[in-house]
Design a protein around this ligand. Sequence first.
Ligand code: NAP
Length: 509
Amino acid sequence: MSSVETAPTAKSTDYGPSGTYLNYINGEWKPAKGGKTFESRNPADPADLVGTFPASDKADVDEAVAAAVAAYKTWRLVPAPKRAEILYRAGQLFIERKEDYARELTREMGKVIAEARGDIQEVIDMVFYAAGEGRRMFGQTTPSELQNKFCMSVRVPLGAVGCITPWNFPMAIPSWKIAPALVTGNTVVLKPASDTPLVATRFVETLIDAGVPKGVINLVHGSGRAVGDPMLEHPDLKLISFTGSCEVGRHVNERCAPTFKRVTLEMGGKNSTTVLEDANLDLAVDGILWGAFGTTGQRCTATSRVIVQKSVHAQLRDKLVERAKKLKLGYGLNEGVDVGPVINEPALNKIAEYVEIGKNEGAQLLLGGNKATNAGPGYFFEPTIFDNVKPTMRIAQEEIFGPVVALIPVDSFEEAIEVANGIEFGLSNAIYTKDVNKAFSAMRDLESGLTYVNAPTIGAEVHLPFGGMKNTGNGHREAAETCLDVFTEWKACFVDYSNSLQRAQIDTD
Ligand code: NAP
């Protein structure tokens, strides 16, 4: 550790006027070189200015990448258990700061306070989980085909890596990427979503306070085009780890191709909950409400389709509408609020457009469907339920990312699986049934990275692989031991202690 320079402990606000936040590059808080800024505002009350942040560009990215490349030279040589000690300290700080960070998260992103606490808890879980890998990170030893020869495989870090993250889990998702990146010996440039720069700043501050050395973590605020694109094209970033929409993910993939970067993509979903006729309907309604309207439907794993067997369709529908009617919209820091605002005005308008699309397609609007004007001055949308939705309708195929759920009646279990799989995405599916045969058949046949039985489509845990099939991802898994595969290369090592030339595949007798 002595060869690594520790960054000063500092809040980013110490370096600018109150409410003005900065980039963090090479151990220093600094404004964008171009001097431009952008604002972050509270989606529940846009008059509430959360902070002003640097609108950075390529020059800032270049500086951050140079710092990460330089820091990599020493960071990769710090023993992994020592790197992990810093993460353990960070985990402890996140515990101490959980409530403050959760309240800021609700203010900046909108999710209700209980869910914001969950976001921070996921950070704590992930940081501790990744820290544990500092003393595992197992490779293999295996016999050689030759005498007096030793063979093993070890993980090695990639170098300087880029992480590009969305706003819906503004602290949890950076932690899924950055904790494993650091423990495996990489250095990081983080570009967080423009809608949640304060939460990302708090995340980085905590790593600094825990002792992450200068240059090892760098934070560059700014737009996808101005900051993201230069990262994608930068020859010295060895990986882009991206979570966001399919549209931007495709662009990321294409832009990274010329430099042969490793690219991991975690993208959209159109998740389903199937309710069979033998299900506990009240339990299913609990799960659908939480899955569809939690985080105001803005989770990649949100329940946006309910596939229900016709024999229990009317019963389920009535129970669901009755419960959804009682959900309280409002500012997520206020007592008793169930559903917060959506992230911004374009998102609000997009959801309203999808409601019109659904009505024009012939789906039956059972509940909601409007911007909610009585919940506060922000971007509120009523919990919305469509019935008699056909599997091919756009509202049953496309990611809406809002509090909208489509009921799709089907005749049989087999048809339910076919409908669940009949989309371009493959992130999360749930099924409610007491029939063990159908539960196991569903786990086998549903085309998604996550499958839940008698539980909602949301509820990932950090020690299990997280990610999607089909157009949701490109084959990688975050969290769990699989997170190590994202941030390391395998190296095979051979030690010949025979004191003679031994030729593999030739001198084997
Ligand atoms: P997004 O618009 O795709 O943005 C994601 C990130 O990409 C943001 O930091 C964004 O920056 C950046 N970006 C935009 N244009 C870029 C460009 N040209 N080059 C590089 N980066 C660029 O997604 P979002 O609205 O933040 O998040 C919602 C989406 O994320 C949904 O589709 C959701 O399903 C998905 N998601 C998936 C998972 C998963 O694990 N599968 C988890 C959470 C969310 P700006 O903010 O500056 O535009």
